[in-house]
Write a protein that binds this ligand. Structure first.
Ligand SMILES: Cc1cc2nc3c(=O)[nH]c(=O)nc-3n(C[C@H](O)[C@H](O)[C@H](O)COP(=O)(O)OP(=O)(O)OC[C@H]3O[C@@H](n4cnc5c(N)ncnc54)[C@H](O)[C@@H]3O)c2cc1C
Length: 411
């Protein structure tokens, strides 16, 4: 009987423990928190968007970093397998807009409870309030772990499923990166992802709380388009947030020293010509008004002074006095309002961590380290990340399952 230690009782760690226990191994799950699945509990606004029911091709297209590395683990335990797994454990599921899968109950706690029941059924020993402080490695082989109380646990195999750095209050404090580095692994620069953006424009603060629906957001690095998407954007005291912005943040990369530029199309349903016609109609109707009072039909009130200031046209100018060029400048501003991105918010506001353990140093079928025998990694600690929609948890389930099965095969 082999002894397998799993570090981290999150999505990846619990799944790894369940898979590792299939072959009657002695499996011990070590979690520093007082309970399992603290982050899982807050996923999907407490409803847990546990996977996405789309076709595999689309699933892979939603993985931002290292999708090729994930092929075998995703095919080994795909979204359909995840859904079957939870339904078999007695959690009925439903699929919502965008193929997002949730428990019918809308309670993330049902997912955690089902995992806990399965861990008990498979006789996994759960040790809560147990923090691992380091790995024991001898001659390129794992031999156990050190605990924070200075004791040592022997093991034949160890799975590191300690998560990333985002929402550190859930226990994801980045310990796994240190363990991996000490084992000789390379860590690809970590940064917050699926995170709000900080903008240079002070006017964003004036619009705080305003949500724009049905706009397009295009993110550039120089002339290169990094992201182009349609949806909802929210202004905040520091810049911008909302689903569109969170998705765009996944493409920011580790760094452009000069920052990034974004363009907001406030009227994506209209072509430049259609928008010009629309402005002409509005300006004809309100011909005696000042410009600042003639755009109420077109824009939310708070947005009007921003667009006018950006166009450079005096806001007190009467619309019947506008030149054609001025009107076309307004059209241009409405179709391409510039925003300068000077950074993102930090880890406590980031849904995931981009970067992590270099996947070239990991066997993609089993998640075993290529450097240390018997050492496995799973979940967000790896250099993989995806867009919102259930894809990040799918990565955690799939890599956790692969690692658990890998330890069971390990000799
Ligand atoms: C607010 C929020 C909402 C989200 N919603 C969704 C969603 O709806 N759908 C989706 O797909 N993804 C969502 N995500 C992302 C998803 O939750 C993560 O990608 C996923 O939980 C990662 O799982 P993991 O097991 O790798 O890490 P984690 O869930 O972070 O688990 C790591 C565990 O390891 C433990 N640990 C760390 N270090 C040690 C140590 N030294 N010793 C012992 N234990 C240790 C931690 O306490 C923690 O419990 C959301 C994230 C956030 C922050």
């Amino acid at each position: 009987m082999k002894r397998i230690l799993i570090i981290g009782g999150g999505a990846a760690g619990m799944m790894a423990a369940i898979a590792a226990a299939e072959n009657h191994n002695q499996v011990i799950l070590l979690e520093q928190n007082e309970k399992l699945g603290k982050k899982l509990f807050i996923t999907g606004k407490g409803r847990c968007n546990l996977t996405n029911a789309c076709e595999m091709e689309e699933l892979i297209a939603n993985i931002v970093t290292n999708h090729k590395f994930l092929y075998s683990s995703l095919y080994g335990f795909d979204n359909q397998a995840v859904m079957r797994f939870f339904e078999t454990l007695g959690v009925p599921l439903k699929t919502e807009r965008g193929n997002r899968v949730f428990p019918v109950s809308d309670h993330a706690s049902d997912i955690i409870r089902a995992l806990e029941r399965e861990l008990h059924r498979r006789k996994v020993e759960i040790r809560l309030r147990t923090r691992v402080s380091g790995l024991c490695i001898g001659q390129k082989k794992i031999t156990g772990v050190y605990l924070a109380d200075n004791t040592r646990l022997e093991a034949d195999a160890v799975v590191v499923a300690t998560g990333g750095l985002s929402y550190p209050s859930t226990g994801s404090t980045g310990d796994g990166y240190r363990f991996a580095r000490e084992a000789g692994h390379t860590i690809v620069g970590c940064r917050p992802s699926l995170v709000p953006m900080v903008t240079k424009e002070p006017w964003c603060k004036d619009l705080m709380g305003l949500t724009l629906k049905n706009v397009t957001f295009t993110l550039y690095n120089g002339k290169k388009i990094l992201f182009h998407g349609f949806g909802e954007l929210l202004f905040t005291h520091f810049g911008i947030s909302g689903p569109l912005v969170l998705s765009a943040s996944a493409y920011l990369g580790t760094g452009s020293e000069t920052g990034y530029e974004a363009r907001l199309d406030l009227k994506p349903a209209l072509t430049t010509e259609q928008l010009d016609e629309r402005l002409q109609r509005d300006f004809f109707r309100y011909q005696n008004r000042q410009l600042c009072n003639a755009m109420d039909d077109l824009l939310p009130k708070k947005m009007i002074p921003v667009v006018i200031a950006e166009s450079g046209i005096p806001s007190a100018k009467k619309v019947n006095g506008l030149t054609r060029q001025e009107r076309l400048t307004l059209v241009q501003t409405l179709k391409s309002l510039p925003l300068h991105i000077i950074g993102t918010r930090d880890y406590p506001e980031a849904i995931v961590t981009a970067g992590g353990i270099h996947v070239k140093e990991i066997h993609p079928q089993t998640m075993e380290s290529k450097l240390v025998k018997g050492l496995y990694f799973a979940g967000e600690v790896l250099d993989t990340d995806a867009l919102t929609g259930g894809f990040n948890l799918q990565i955690a389930w799939s890599t956790g399952y692969a690692a658990g099965c890998g330890t069971a095969l390990h000799d």
